[in-house]
Design a binder for this molecule. Sequence first.
Ligand SMILES: [Fe+2]
Length: 265
Amino acid sequence: MNILFIGDIFGSAGRRIVREHIGHVREANAVDLTIINAENAAGGFGLTPQIAEELFDLGADVLTTGNHIWDKRELIDYMNAAPVDSHDRGRRVLRPANLQPNLPGHGVYQGTTESGVDYAVIDLQGCVFMNTTNDPFYAVDGLLAGVRAKVIVVDFHAEATSEKVAMGWHLDGRATAVLGTHTHIPTADERVLPGGTAYQTDVGMSGPYDSVIGVEKELVLRKFLTGMPGKFEAAKGNPKMCAALVSCDAATGRATRIQRIMLGE
Ligand SMILES: [Fe+2]
């Protein structure tokens, strides 16, 4: 079984480069399950229902998010409109599972691929250098107890490399893949851990790399150089699609291979 995980789509440049490559990458690699982190897809800040629909139309099965989940209020209605036990598109947009209780949306989705393999996707957010959340390590232990699928993909949306590496070891042998998002720069540490969990600290953004992690570089430089507040806007130049391709045994959920992908224009 082959799983394609596309890193944080950033703005229109990110959407365009993903549109250009997702089809041939899915086809060439016989991808069974496609997951996209889309939390920066709407101009760098959040996700709209319309963009979510576009990404589902392109072949995404599940969309994950992170700290920008609440940036576009209309996404809340989109998620709320889908019943919890449905497979509607709105139900397949995830917010971090370990946010405070009783917030809209869900952090886990369980589905079945076209070829009949049950899978689960878990969205988690780190707590080091991030907004307050519940502890992701204990949260994921609780969530896994309720998952019956063998194939389990965890998007760990976190800032600190140490926290992400630790999560990889925490879930080794219990998840098919632990893939980091949020820092927008791909790391060269993809590997299959001894227990059969594919791991990469950060998959990297799918967006404009002539930027500072997606934002127009002049705007970020001005802020660093002057300390003055200013509005950030999504950059456009040098877009790349970053992704991880994970192969696993569908019967056991154990990963056999992980490949880092970066495709430009
Ligand atoms: Fe983020």
